[in-house]
Design a protein around this ligand. Structure first.
Ligand code: NAD
Length: 500
């Protein structure tokens, strides 16, 4: 595999990755330090100048070449993801498919969204032609997580490149090979701009070096605790920062909802990828009338899932440390009076965790307030939709949410009351597959948006321009303006603004 960090700098120490399924070592990667990171950023800066100067159509063509290469190598990329994360091959393939959809959209829409456009003027500025343009920032640093090591960082990488930037990417230390492969496939597809996407590998120290490296923006995806640390480093250099953090997503199920569809979606949303999804389902609020029926359907589906073997519906926990968090949440929920409808603390059999379905868990238990990031879901009963909305909104996270409701329009009205960055009605995670939809959260879920038009603009700086078309009769920006003319202009403006 090609390593894209230039090797003219002194060799870095190495670290080893391990298979989450077997514990066997997978590969060794360099722990890049400040020197290697600085070199990668400097090289990226050189390549970016030519990339930014290209006509937008040429950038689009190059990015679509990369997309075609990724599509051709889909199985190789998916195999690397599956090896490093432990997720089933089919899930890894779907992750690559979703990535391709987003890359295609970013490549095809960047010119339309970012090109210079005319904006209106006012009575006093009618002599100006006013335009606004979104221009590349330069070099964007991207720090990624391990749970979707291709799809998630590509939500920043693909959009930043489409906006005319270079990217230096630091993947999670659990999934470096996926990051190295993405950059190698870019170099193979677009050799004229090799190095526009560079991967540096390592853990927290490498990420910190990237945050200090003078990149023009840092896009971070990971936990809120790490986001705070990285943001503090970015603050020292006034480096703009984008944070995509965790979630504690809620699903609301109304009395008239299709319970089979809701149960199907809840089970998939909570258990796929072993629950290690930022916008995965962790809390369900079901109204009294259908609570028992929903619980029964969720348990029936969850207990039928094959777990732990070759045909398992989901893989092992990718990060060994997370297993203790899952165990603490389940034990805490049960000892606080929650009822395990399926599984319980005994479901934790490292590195696997069998599905756990809980109910009646107090809202202040860790299982309801902290991100569990495991195959655990709580279905609590509520009196009505108002209570469901209040409970869903009571979290310090605000990333995604879902509503199940017979009538889509009524579901959308409930969605509008939710404090979440993205809501799906009658599906879960529906928003993640629509590239035109911006994605991101607020509070502990972070800030800023990736994907969609906002996701392209996130990696640009705005330049506003006025071009004077003719000399105005009253030139307000001149010392030559006679006092009487200024007075006339002021009174005219006053009269104008006193009207409704
Ligand atoms: P993490 O916070 O442990 O690490 C994220 C990245 O930050 C890794 O690359 C890590 O090496 C790096 N890092 C750690 N300490 C650092 C430091 N001091 N300075 C610079 N970089 C540092 O998160 P994780 O365990 O890799 O990922 C799981 C988290 O990511 C979950 O909270 C999940 O919800 C979240 N996530 C969010 C989204 C989203 O789009 N909102 C998507 C996927 C995952």
């Amino acid at each position: 595999m090609t390593r894209t960090t230039p090797d003219t700098t002194p060799p870095a120490a190495v670290f080893t990755t391990y298979s989450p399924s077997t514990g066997e070592p997978l590969a060794e990667h360099p722990s890049d330090g400040p020197e290697q990171v600085a070199h990668a950023v400097a090289q990226a800066r050189k390549v970016q100048e030519g990339w930014a100067a290209l006509p937008a159509a040429r950038r689009r063509a190059h990015l679509l070449d990369w997309k075609r290469t990724l599509a051709r190598e889909l199985d190789t990329v998916a195999r690397t993801i599956a090896e490093e994360t432990g997720k089933p091959a089919g899930d890894a393939q779907l992750e690559v498919v979703l990535t391709l959809e987003h890359l295609a959209w970013a490549a095809r829409n960047a010119e339309r969204v970012l090109r210079r456009r005319k904006v209106g003027t006012t009575l006093f500025t009618v002599h100006q032609r006013a335009t606004v343009e979104h221009r590349p920032l330069g070099v964007v640093g991207v720090i990624g997580p391990w749970n979707y090591p291709c799809y998630t960082p590509m939500g920043s990488i693909g959009y930043a490149l489409a906006a005319g930037n270079a990217v230096v990417f630091k993947p999670s230390e659990l999934t470096p090979a996926t990051g190295v492969l993405l950059a190698a496939l870019f170099d193979a597809a677009v050799p004229e701009y090799a190095g526009l996407l560079t991967t540096v590998t390592g853990g927290a120290a490498t990420g910190e070096a990237l945050a200090r490296s003078g990149v023009d923006k840092l896009a971070f995806t990971g936990s809120p605790g790490t986001a705070r640390k990285v943001m503090a480093v970015c603050a020292e250099g006034l480096t703009p920062f984008l944070a995509e953090c965790g979630g504690k997503d809620a699903v609301i199920v109304t009395a008239d909802a299709d319970l089979d569809a809701a149960a199907d979606a809840v089970v998939w949303g909570a258990l796929s990828n072993a629950g290690q999804t930022c916008a995965g389902v962790e809390r369900v609020y079901a109204v009294r009338e259908i609570h028992a029926g929903l619980c029964e359907r969720v348990v029936r589906r969850a207990e039928a899932l094959p777990t732990g073997g070759e045909d398992a519906a989901y893989g092992p926990m990718t990060m060994p440390g997370q297993i203790a968090v899952v165990e603490r949440h389940v034990e805490g929920a049960v000892s606080a009076g929650g009822r395990a409808l399926l599984g319980g603390p005994e479901s934790v059999r490292a590195p696997y965790v069998a599905p756990v379905v809980l109910t009646g868990v107090p809202e202040d238990a860790a299982a309801m307030t902290e991100e569990t990031f495991g195959p655990v879901v709580t279905i609590n009963e509520v009196a009505d939709v108002d209570e469901a909305v209040a409970r869903a909104n009571a979290s310090r996270y605000a990333l995604g949410a879902a509503v199940f409701c017979r009538n889509g329009r009524a579901g959308a009205a409930i969605a509008a009351r939710l404090r979440a960055g993205a809501v799906s009605v009658n599906s879960v995670l529906g928003f993640a597959a629509v590239p035109a939809l911006p994605f991101g959260g607020s509070q502990d879920s972070g800030f800023g948006r990736i994907h969609g038009e906002e996701g392209l603009r996130a990696f640009t700086s705005v330049q506003s321009t006025t071009v004077q078309r003719f000399t105005p009769p009253i030139a307000l920006t001149s010392f030559d303006l006679p006092a009487a003319a200024r007075e006339r202009a002021v009174r005219m403006a006053q009269a104008l603004h006193r009207r409704r």
